[in-house]
Write a protein that binds this ligand. Structure first.
Ligand code: SF4
Length: 233
């Protein structure tokens, strides 16, 4: 398993105190990405699944407040076979598992039975706009979202809000989501930040990405009107 970053955080990438692995490589190229150093599949270092498992087992006393292990990226599901193997073993050892994904994995739903908590990005309802800013359309993301809603399992959707990309029509997001069974789905807005800007150096393409309080409040009130559950982490 190739990893470009790891560390503990509390309640940012799943519940409780968690050991978070950033898996190398991503199929998307979001122009605002805050981890550009991890987009290449060759970034970081190679670890065997045994090494990961042993590190997680040693860390068990740290998984307090309902914590555990989170795999994020890059895009964690690109290393599907290793991910499946580690998740399976973590579950066998009673460790809480979380995946944070961009939602484009064709086989994402195959790992759900080993995943206690799923965080999935949903960046845009319009596939052409999404493709223009990230190189990837939303067909598979929508298919995964709709499958998970049908299966009524827990899902945490994250929507990055970026001025000039996706902030004009909150009702288009909300009306799409509300067509499905969202009883176990929570939604979180992530207002634009520039934590990754310096890493991109001169290649950073976002201009005026920050959103106003009014835009955020408009998203919050619109989602409430559609009876969609909101959380902040
Ligand atoms: S999906 Fe995430 S990791 Fe991949 S490019 Fe977009 S923001 Fe970066």
């Amino acid at each position: 398993m190739r990893i470009f970053g790891k560390g503990f955080n509390f309640s940012q990438d799943g519940p409780g105190n968690r050991l978070v692995y950033h898996l190398s490589g991503c199929n998307m190229r979001c122009i605002w990405c805050s981890n550009p150093e991890g987009l290449n599949t060759k970034a970081g270092m190679e670890y065997s699944t045994e090494e990961i498992l042993n590190e997680c087992l040693r860390s068990k006393p740290m998984f307090f407040s309902g914590g555990g292990v989170t795999f994020t990226g890059g895009e964690a599901t690109l290393q599907f076979d290793e991910l499946l193997e580690v998740l399976n073993k973590l579950k066998y050892n009673g460790i809480h598992t979380c995946i944070e994904t961009n939602g484009t994995g064709e086989h994402l739903t195959d790992i759900l039975k080993f995943t206690d908590y799923l965080i999935m990005d949903f960046k845009h309802y319009d596939t052409n706009i999404l493709k223009k800013y990230t190189n990837v359309g939303n067909e598979t993301i929508r298919r995964n979202f709709e499958y998970i809603c049908r299966s009524k399992r827990q899902l945490h959707i994250r929507i990055p809000l970026i001025n000039g990309f996706n902030t004009q029509n909150p009702a288009n997001f909300a009306s799409y989501f509300s067509k499905f069974n969202t009883q176990n789905v929570v939604f979180e807005f992530l207002p634009y930040h520039e934590y990754g800007k310096d890493k991109w150096k001169t290649e950073y393409k976002v201009q005026n990405g920050f959103i106003t309080d009014e835009i955020l409040e408009n998203f919050i009130s619109t989602f409430k009107q559609y009876n969609l559950k909101l959380i902040t982490t």
